[in-house]
Ligand binder design. Structure first.
Ligand SMILES: [Cu+2]
Length: 242
């Protein structure tokens, strides 16, 4: 266990070095950097696992400073591949966030116009090119996306993501007993799981996306949804209990 933690810590250090070194690299290199970068839970979700993608949504960008579509709807717990197609002659970008964070970031972009950021929830797309992010929408709510290039945000290059909450009846109360990031498993002491007709007990679940385990630790009270798969029981979404 200690050894696993140390190995993980070493991997994080390497990832930080790698992503710093690649901050101004080309897109392919950045993708590789993101793949090993530490995942950080944000209000609007967390970097997803490509293997957990259930849907691809293509978003067009153009020089009239619009996204097409400019409203996307996903379900809480979905891991989505968002692809971007820049149909214009100018560089554009796609940045997910809350309105507040995007406003703050946009103000900085006006102050430091050629600053380039690299986070798993953003894509910088050259004219005529494509971009892509894989994002796990594990928090319900209404979020924004925008092109924060100076002038573009101010011209209205924004859109919305609506993440529909899972119905309360689909969620089960539980308490975390053990988290195994490497094996993508979590042990939960849970109440009755109505959708599976399963009585309360403590059991090991697989998780659909390892990102769902980020920040969870033994003792945490959670609400989760699970389904039966050919390989066992799989947690499809999980969040701290209110
Ligand atoms: Cu733009």
């Amino acid at each position: 266990m200690i050894r696993t933690t140390l190995q993980w810590a070493a991997a994080v250090c390497l990832a930080v070095v790698a992503s710093t070194a690649l901050a101004h690299g080309d897109d392919a290199k950045k993708k590789a950097g993101n793949a090993t970068a530490r995942k950080e839970q944000k209000a609007w979700g967390i970097a997803g696992d490509a293997k957990a993608v259930t849907r691809t949504i293509e978003i067009g960008m153009d020089d009239s400073m619009r996204f097409t579509p400019d409203l996307i709807e996903v379900r809480e717990g979905e891991t989505v591949r968002l692809t971007h197609r820049n149909k214009g002659k100018l560089q554009h970008e796609f940045v997910l966030g809350t309105k507040k964070e995007l406003d703050e970031h946009a103000a900085l972009m006006v102050k430091f116009p050629n600053m380039e950021h690299d986070e798993p929830y953003m894509a910088h797309v050259a004219p005529g090119q494509r971009g892509e992010i894989v994002w796990a929408f594990n928090r319900a709510g209404e979020f924004d996306f925008a092109c924060l290039i100076a002038g573009h945000y101010q011209a209205g290059m924004v859109g919305k993501v609506r993440v529909l909450a899972a119905a309360a009846s689909d969620m089960t109360e539980g308490e975390v007993r053990k988290v195994d990031q490497a094996a993508k498993k979590i042990t939960l002491k849970h109440g009755e799981i109505k959708s599976l007709e399963m009585p309360p007990m403590t059991m090991v679940f697989q998780v659909k996306d390892a990102a769902l385990l980020e920040g969870l630790k033994p003792g945490d009270k959670v609400r989760f949804a699970a389904e039966k798969s050919p390989t066992g029981y799989v947690v499809t979404q999980i969040r701290p209990a209110p």
